[in-house]
Design a protein around this ligand. Structure first.
Ligand code: MN3
Length: 247
């Protein structure tokens, strides 16, 4: 079982490298790319929308297939497209400046770039942070530090859930590592995020939750707290742990 898992991971990693190397992701390998997307969770998020690492219906325990499809193909795709337009118009050299660096000096750019680069980054992080094989909690150093910082894992969950519930209007709830390498829970409005120089909450995102109505309205209607409660079932703690190790 473990061997299968290992070799599948290796295959996924290699398939991803090959796909990137020859640029086939948009041409002859779309099905493969969407099923075996290679995601290096500790490196930068690219400027283009990446294939989902699961199918639209695979997170049904928390998010319905139609919401996933519309969210990914319409909302998130539009952020990526508008970000590209704004980068071109504002002469951002996307080959030289990482998306994370751009967000760090976003106050120098337009509102269009702020909203759409934020939207793109946030959604890419969000898709990676979920899995059909969600585990109840992380392990190792991350779990230890969460317990140390917030008192217990349940206390952390409550704090994060409250951050999402109480974010007025649209926005995101976050678990981040701040500049002193402390774990912090908070939220940001609209498509802002903790990498932005204009953000009150500042640090490296480990886990982000989209609390815009488009993320849950079809199934949960006005019941944002129910959406958050179910969302915990699909959190990819393995990915969050890797981000923590790399932060
Ligand atoms: Mn969204």
């Amino acid at each position: 079982m473990e061997d299968n898992h290992q070799s599948r991971r290796k295959f996924i990693a290699n398939a991803g490298k090959a796909t990137l190397a020859v640029g086939l992701s948009q041409t002859i390998l779309p099905a493969m790319a969407s099923r075996f997307a290679a995601v290096n969770h500790t490196t930068a998020i690219p400027y283009s929308q990446q294939p989902l690492p699961y199918g639209y219906k695979d997170l049904e325990v928390a998010i319905d297939a139609m919401t996933m499809e519309i969210h990914y193909t319409k909302h998130a795709a539009t952020y990526a497209k508008n970000m590209a337009e704004a980068c071109a118009a504002e002469k951002v050299d996307t080959g030289a400046v990482k998306l994370e660096e751009l967000l760090g000096k976003i106050s120098k750019y337009s509102g269009k770039l702020r909203n759409n680069a934020g939207g793109h980054y946030n959604h890419e992080l969000f898709w990676q942070s979920m899995t059909p094989k969600g585990t109840e909690k992380p392990s190792g150093k991350l779990l230890e530090d969460i317990e140390k910082t917030f008192g217990s894992f349940d206390a952390f969950k409550t704090k994060f859930t409250d951050a999402g519930k109480s974010r007025f209007g649209s926005g995101w709830a976050w678990l981040i590592v701040d500049k002193d390498h402390k774990l912090v829970v908070g939220s940001t409005p609209n498509q802002d995020n903790p990498l932005m120089d204009i953000s009150e909450l500042k640090g490296t995102p480990l886990l982000g939750l989209d609390v815009w109505e488009h993320a849950y309205y079809l199934r949960y209607h006005n019941l944002r707290p129910d959406y958050i409660t179910n969302w915990w079932k699909v959190v990819n703690w393995e990915v969050v742990q890797k981000r923590y190790e790399g932060a």
